[in-house]
Design a protein around this ligand. Structure first.
Ligand code: PSZ
Length: 282
């Protein structure tokens, strides 16, 4: 089933207007929520970030966030989702095409589920990443539907045989095309501060909390490309990539080119949080 505004409908019944502003302008925001063993992971944090994204683009959702949270849980149950994701987006709705906000349009909410396994082999072996200039707009803190900057960066990385693009504005590393970046330098984890230049990842925040619990020093301070290449360990984090080791950047090994001990400890703690979520639902 698919959630369309406040109704659960079959996939074939879910249609989008060709003048929907999400389709024409990318005028909307979205979330991707991880589900483990039928239980949504960090759902309240995703919903709080969604509410913030909506406010920042002055978009009124069709109904309140509490009601939406209930409906997302219902969607997971209806679809008997085990391990997977919920994709959820809200657009400014359909109206004759003009840039300014339409007066009579109603926002359009759609959400669906997708089964997805954990990327176990990549988590074990690590991935290669490719550095590329961050050409995105200056409100990367909003989880907006406009993803061309990320799409082009990711494809450039894939074309080079890498699984993720690490973005930099000039000398400063910002984040991944669809992830946040942490570099272990001199025994301290560095990640870009949560300002307008990055998306404040839910996984990023969860990993920062874990670092605190494990007494691993962490600083929300940007690093340069040069510092990143000299890091002892490197990870990218996201809802679907979890705590993903990066073992090489543009063909240069990070550390000795294998997954480091601090990364392994983080992965174990993150797995424990996942297990706790999955157990709660069973
Ligand atoms: O399925 C996928 O490939 C996903 S699910 C979430 C993402 C990709 N990306 C989230 C993201 C992002 O797009 C950018 C630019 N920065 C950071 C992140 C990580 O955010 P969280 O941890 O909330 O998923």
């Amino acid at each position: 089933m698919i959630l369309v505004n406040d109704r659960f409908v079959e996939r074939t019944e879910a249609t989008v207007d060709i003048e929907d502003r999400g389709y024409q302008f990318g005028d909307g925001v979205y979330e991707v929520i991880r589900v483990y063993g039928g239980a949504p992971f960090l759902l309240d944090e995703h919903m709080a970030r969604l509410a913030r994204s909506l406010r920042e683009i002055r978009l009124e959702p069709p109904y309140g966030i509490d009601e939406l949270t209930d409906k997302i849980r219902r969607l997971i149950t209806l679809n008997a989702l085990g391990d997977g994701i919920v994709y959820l987006q809200i657009t400014r709705g359909a109206s004759p095409r003009t840039h300014g906000f339409p007066k009579n349009a109603h926002s359009v909410l759609t959400a669906y589920t997708q089964t997805l396994d954990r990327p176990l082999q990549a988590l074990q072996e690590g991935i290669r990443a490719h550095l590329t200039e961050d050409i995105r707009w200056l409100r990367c803190d909003i989880k907006s539907l406009n993803l061309l900057g990320s799409v082009l960066a990711k494809q450039e990385a894939l074309d080079k045989g890498c699984a993720e693009a690490i973005l930099h504005r000039g000398k400063t590393v910002t984040e991944g095309s669809a992830s946040n970046v942490f570099a272990l330098i001199g025994g301290v984890w560095f990640t870009h501060p949560a300002n307008h230049l990055i998306l404040d990842g839910i996984t990023r925040r969860s990993v920062l909390r874990i670092m605190q619990e494990l007494d691993m020093p962490a600083k929300e301070e940007a690093v340069t490309v040069e510092q990143l290449l000299a890091a002892e360990e490197l990870i990218v984090t996201s809802t679907t990539q979890e705590v993903m080791p990066v073992v090489a950047v543009d063909g240069r090994p990070i550390g000795d080119g294998s997954v480091g001990p601090w990364t392994r400890r983080l992965q174990e703690a993150f797995e424990a949080a996942i297990r706790e979520t999955a157990n709660r639902s069973s």
